[in-house]
Design a protein around this ligand. Structure first.
Ligand SMILES: [Zn+2]
Ligand SMILES: [Zn+2]
Length: 793
């Protein structure tokens, strides 16, 4: 270390006011001076606002969180926070999420590794559009304002994001990547245009992705009932990679860096069902492969159900009446309340297939009930084994005599049955009839070319920024200046696609751009996506996000595999964007989800204004382990604020005492209660110092383990315990001697230095302030104990 800082302390008295003045003098730099007023034995109170402003200014001045260049050979970690929607405000759930991620990022920097910790705002989508409509703003102005405000909130909280790498997904420089991805996946056959039943919200006049439909069948946005309609859509073919995502799960589970919440979310989204399948050969030559999860009971099948999304469904709905009813089911819509087995539409095809056991004819029906349970497939209906099938059988008037079957009697074997797997996850629509989204780079030629993708070199297709959405329909379709264009293939007149991409599609790659230095993002598309820095930072070492991110992560894992096979991400052999994953649960209050409606929302701004950022951050870490819901209570905030205040006061009093004894050597300590000699006294406290040292070592070891495991709630407790032990050390020394000897004082200050190091990822402002006062060089990253020996003594 060059130009070691020198700490000078002096007690000054002015007009009866005593002050401790600490000057840190580094050669070649202006001295940093801190004066702490002490009157009536009180030291400067813990003032989080002043401390936090000072530390944040210092971080900005030294560009403390800039992403290191990838030229060095230090270990690298890309810690990926969630990409917030530009919804207007940072809420307490964000604070929880980013406090965990930030503590982890700071921990690794302290251990000497290179860290990339940055995100992009997820700015497109319905919530942003509706927010703009509500305020009479254009969506682009609204999201720009939101992003700025949210950034200021996050900066006030002191998160160590590299803001230079931040971006807004609605920036044309960014969404051209969405368009590039669309064209690339379309070319590979992984995006296709189809018609099918999709969830539709009449209020929002838009189709919805499955994840946008709430459990009760309501729209995620307006909470009105959703129904199914038939529409031309663009689909993402995830079915091609479901099996690989499934097969990878064991490896992820074995890695030890995917937590159980994250793994179970991946299993849930995948929706794997194990069973058997049989080929049923009809008398008319038609064959259908039918699945059942009740492999041992295939012989008890009483009917066959086909999903309306089954690729061969048209063949089975051949009869005029069945075809008409299938159409009705598709275009007439389907209320979500009709999706229960009691009410869900059943279309009788009028055809039968032979039972796999005895060849008895089984009626063949079409029903959307299949999709939610087994995906777009065909299944055997087995009322004797399956409650839902029993309800269907009742509606069909099929006899229940099979239920009388003696369970001890072996069932007739179905020799043709073979083991099979089905996945509930399926291809989903990525297009929306809304104007605030990435324009889909497709034109419809008025001539003979048909549907033509916009060539990559002509991207981006720009979204007009002066659109005035009203909340109904799609204003983009009314903009003739946008719609009218030229066919890239024949040069004749053509019309642009007026659907935009669902922001879920943007999210498929939003984890990529921060890996690329911002100045390189303006290069041509292919160069950027093939940027050499991607190899250095990917896969992300850990994604830290809310437990509701399962769908995002699942689809990001799918797209990574596609881009691996297509070339750009070929270096990710396993096709995984994230080596590790931590999903934390949400913040609730009184056992309920926070909502304005319930009036139980915790406002982080208010808390920060009252207690400071360190307290709020520490409280969210302390209150619960990430995998558990954090049931908000103010007591965690008060507990953490008291702790930080005590750490501050105690350290100040120790520093003042140390300063007061400067120059007196061990003399002050030599005057002990009984007047014993210095030497004997040192003997009486030596074991206490040894014990303090052991406590520090134990705290370092345990806290390191907890930080590695992202168990920050335990890490906070370890640090609190260490503080109690440091105070206990002082108490025990004072029980033996009148005052701390210089040796004891140094041991105590050294322990406080360790405490500051361990606290640094958790309450970074206070920790760094104390670390500096304890004698460190201000312009330095606080090292993790053991990483460097620069523990102030
Ligand atoms: Zn709606
Ligand atoms: Zn053409």
């Amino acid at each position: 270390m060059e130009g070691a800082a020198e700490r000078r302390k002096s007690l000054v008295s002015e007009g009866g006011q005593v002050a401790l003045s600490i000057a840190i003098v580094t050669p070649g730099q202006l001295p940093w001076i801190c004066s702490i007023a002490m009157s009536d034995g009180l030291y400067a109170r813990y003032d989080p606002h002043a401390i936090e402003a000072r530390r944040q200014a210092a971080w900005r001045a030294r560009d403390a969180f800039a992403t290191p260049s990838v030229e060095g050979d230090r270990p690298r970690r890309y810690i990926k926070p969630s990409a917030p929607f530009t919804s207007g405000n940072i809420h307490i759930g964000h604070v929880r999420s980013y406090s965990i991620g930030d503590a982890y990022a700071r921990f690794w920097r302290a251990r000497g590794e290179d860290v990339l910790f940055a995100f992009g705002f997820d700015a497109f989508g319905l919530p942003a559009e509706l927010g703009a409509i509500e305020r009479g703003l254009s969506p682009s102005d609204w999201v720009a304002g939101c992003a700025e405000h949210m950034r200021s909130q996050l900066e006030r909280l002191g998160y160590s994001f590299d803001w230079d790498r931040t971006f807004v997904s609605s920036d044309a420089l960014m969404y051209r990547w969405s368009q590039w991805l669309f064209v690339t996946l379309l070319d590979a056959g992984l995006i296709y245009r189809g018609t099918g039943a999709v969830d539709w919200c009449d209020t929002c006049q838009t189709t919805l992705a499955t994840i946008q439909v709430e459990e009760g069948g309501e729209c995620w946005r307006c909470h009105n009932p959703v129904r199914l309609i038939q529409r031309a859509q663009w689909y993402l073919r995830i079915s091609a990679y479901l099996q690989e995502n499934d097969e990878r799960l064991d490896t992820l589970a074995g890695s030890g860096v995917w937590d159980e919440v994250a793994l179970s979310s991946q299993r849930f989204v995948l929706g794997r069902v194990d069973g058997v399948e049989v080929d049923l050969d009809g008398s008319d030559g038609a064959t259908l492969t039918a699945f059942t999860p009740h492999g041992d009971a295939a012989a008890l099948a009483r009917f066959v159900l086909i999903s309306p999304k089954h690729p061969d469904v048209e063949t089975w709905a051949g009869a005029p009446e069945a075809r008409a009813r299938l159409e009705e089911l598709r275009s007439g819509g389907l209320e979500r309340s009709d999706r229960d087995a009691e009410a869900i539409p059943l279309v009788d095809t009028g055809r039968t297939l032979p039972s796999p056991a005895d060849g008895e004819p089984l009626p063949v029906l079409i029903s959307p009930l299949v999709d939610g349970r087994f995906g777009a497939t065909a299944v055997l209906g087995i009322p004797a084994r399956d409650h839902t099938d029993a309800l269907i059988a009742g509606r069909l008037g099929l006899g229940q005599d099979d239920e009388q079957q003696d369970p001890t009697e072996p069932l007739p074997p179905v020799s043709a049955a073979r083991p099979a797997v089905r996945y509930r996850a399926g291809d989903f629509s990525i297009s929306r009839q809304r104007s605030w989204g990435t324009p889909i780079p497709i034109v419809y030629c008025d001539g003979d070319c048909g549907v033509v993708p916009v060539p990559v070199e002509q991207l981006p297709v720009l979204l007009p920024l002066d659109l005035k959405p009203t909340g109904a329909g799609n204003p983009l379709a009314e903009r003739e200046d946008f719609v009218q264009t030229t066919c890239p293939r024949c040069g004749g007149p053509a019309r642009r696609e007026t659907d935009t991409l669902d922001c879920h599609f943007d999210a498929l790659w939003l984890w990529v751009p921060v890996c690329v230095p911002p100045e390189d993002r303006e290069r041509s598309l292919e160069e950027i996506f093939a940027h050499e820095d991607l190899r250095a930072w990917l896969p992300s070492e850990r994604v830290v996000a809310g437990s509701d991110s399962g769908n995002f992560v699942f689809d990001q894992r799918i797209v990574t595999k596609a881009l691996r096979d297509l070339g750009p991400l070929a270096f990710l052999a396993e096709g995984e964007p994230f080596a590790g994953c931590l999903f934390h649960e949400m913040v609730i209050r009184d056992g309920r989800k926070m909502s304005k409606h319930l009036g139980n929302v915790v406002d982080p701004d208010e808390l920060v204004a009252r207690y400071g950022a360190d307290t709020v951050r520490l409280a969210t870490l302390y209150a619960a382990r990430p995998q558990r819901a954090l049931n908000w209570s103010d007591s965690a905030v008060l507990r953490c604020h008291r702790f930080l205040t005590q750490v501050w006061d105690f350290t100040q009093s120790q520093l003042a005492a140390a300063s007061a004894t400067v120059g007196e050597g061990d003399q002050a300590a030599a005057v002990d209660r009984e007047g014993t000699e210095g030497e004997r006294m040192r003997d009486t406290t030596e074991h206490l110092r040894a014990r303090l040292e052991k406590w520090c070592a134990a705290a370092v070891e345990k806290t390191t383990e907890e930080m590695l495991a992202l168990e920050m709630h335990s890490a906070v407790r370890n640090v609190m315990r260490l503080f109690d032990r440091i105070k206990d050390f002082e108490k025990r020394v004072l029980a033996r001697t009148a005052a701390l000897s210089t040796t004891d004082r140094d041991a105590l200050l050294g322990a406080l230095g360790v405490l500051a190091q361990l606290l640094a990822p958790l309450a970074p402002h206070l920790a760094e302030e104390l670390w500096i006062e304890l004698g460190s060089d201000e312009d330095d990253q606080i090292p993790w104990p053991g990483v460097s020996s620069r523990v102030p003594a």
